[in-house]
Write a protein that binds this ligand. Structure first.
Ligand code: FE2
Ligand code: FE2
Length: 410
């Protein structure tokens, strides 16, 4: 960080090249150089993402590998820098946080250009605080040749009208190179030479990156980005933020306790666990009937207990999630039940301790236990929840008591 301060204080304009850089390749480098030339910026800062919010479903190579490859790739260009801002920041990556942090270490009148793919521009309104973002920096949307720009203009009509001067387009032929293609080639043993700097190729070989079996990936019918879009129109902003936190926390727990597959399932289960929670009463009843969700006496009286069970059906029918373990994790995220699967426990616990939760008594202890022993965390959270429910005069579902009994006696 100290270096960054020294380097940026005398820059009047900076272009920011964010990306997963998994791996960084010549397409990125050519793009950065082209933007630098066209907008006459003093410096291009490459910012490898920590945990990209829009790529939460994918397995991403370790931060340090991606960071070092980016350093190697940029070291011959004196106008290129690499920043650890996102890598060192815990939690999901949001562009707005990065821009604001960067602003702090630059002169106040610095002009910032954020380089991003044209597809991402399309989704800009779904980013965190998009309008504020557009007041803080210019956007350079880079596309491969042949990209349907007219369509994009239409899609972003609303923001374009308002911020036209802030959004620039640029075609970059070298963007035909893609990181995913390089990963696939490497896995199949096909050449990757000349697609990326030699140093990066050497690094990939030295550490055997991209060799693992891609069949490990869990196949969901809808891409996560589509699920997120659907979800955003189904729940409130506040709930969406909570949901993203649960997904993130669930993946972290799965990283520790489970396999790569569990991480992907945890992501989807976390994302969808509250998908039916903001349905208005009438809609909830209609869907329960239509989707044949059986409600019991307690659920009928304490109607917020319906959302996990209905949520599982909604996940199945509207988000096309077929994995039974994921559906059960959604189904039992509120009540718990005896003998839960790893994924069920992870989602149950993540719902309680996710990072966007406002502080409450017992949160820190629950977090501590979650990363120590899942079953102990289950007992602690169930006890607290039961107490909370009773104190508020709400009805308790018998499943929670059975679950507590079960985990206490383990
Ligand atoms: Fe919930
Ligand atoms: Fe929740």
């Amino acid at each position: 960080m100290r270096n960054e301060i020294a380097n940026f204080k005398d820059c009047k304009s900076i272009a920011i090249m964010g990306g997963t850089f998994d791996p960084i390749h010549n397409g990125h480098l050519v793009t950065a150089e082209a933007v630098r030339h066209r907008f006459k910026v003093d410096r291009v800062v490459f910012i490898p993402t920590g945990r990209p919010a829009h790529k939460l479903n994918k397995k991403v190579t370790h931060n340090e590998h991606r960071y070092l490859m980016t350093v190697l790739a940029t070291m011959r260009n004196e106008n290129f820098e690499v920043s650890r801002i996102e890598i060192d920041r815990p939690g999901a990556t949001y562009t707005i946080d990065t821009i604001e942090e960067l602003k702090k270490i630059c002169r106040p009148d610095v002009r910032l250009y954020f380089i991003t793919g044209a597809d991402a521009i399309n989704q800009i309104m779904s980013w965190k605080q998009p309008e504020r973002l557009l007041t803080l920096c210019d956007f350079v949307a880079v596309t491969r040749p042949g990209y349907d720009k007219a369509r994009l203009f239409e899609d972003i009509g609303e923001i374009r009208e308002k911020y036209a001067s802030r959004i620039h387009f640029m075609e970059v032929p070298a963007l035909a190179i893609s990181s995913s293609d390089i990963r696939e080639r490497e896995q199949k043993g096909e050449p990757i030479k000349y697609l990326l700097p030699q140093e990066v190729e050497d690094y990939i070989h030295k550490f055997g990156l991209y060799q693992d079996d891609a069949t490990e990936e869990v196949k969901f019918m809808l891409p996560i980005s589509t699920m997120q879009e659907k979800l955003q129109s189904a729940i409130s902003v506040k709930r969406y933020i909570h949901t993203m936190g649960v997904a993130e926390e669930a993946v972290k727990l799965a990283e520790i306790y489970g396999t790569a597959q569990d991480q992907q399932k945890a992501r989807v289960a976390g994302l969808l666990h509250d998908c039916a929670k903001d349905y208005p009463e009438s809609m909830r009843l209609r869907f329960c009937k239509e989707y044949k969700v059986k409600t019991d006496e307690i659920m009928n009286k304490q109607t917020d207990l319906i959302h996990p069970f209905l949520g599982a059906e909604v996940a199945k029918r509207e988000y096309q999630v077929l994995d039974e373990d994921v559906l059960n994790a959604i189904r039992f995220h509120t009540t718990g039940r005896p003998n839960m699967s790893l994924l069920e426990k992870i989602v149950f616990i993540a719902d309680y301790i996710e990072p966007n939760r406002e502080k409450f008594g017992g949160l820190d202890e629950a977090r501590r236990l979650a990363y120590l022993d899942l079953d102990k965390a289950m007992v602690y959270i169930l006890e607290n929840t039961i107490e909370y429910v009773k104190a508020r005069g709400r009805l308790l579902h018998p499943l929670s008591l059975e679950a507590l009994e079960y985990y206490k006696n383990l």
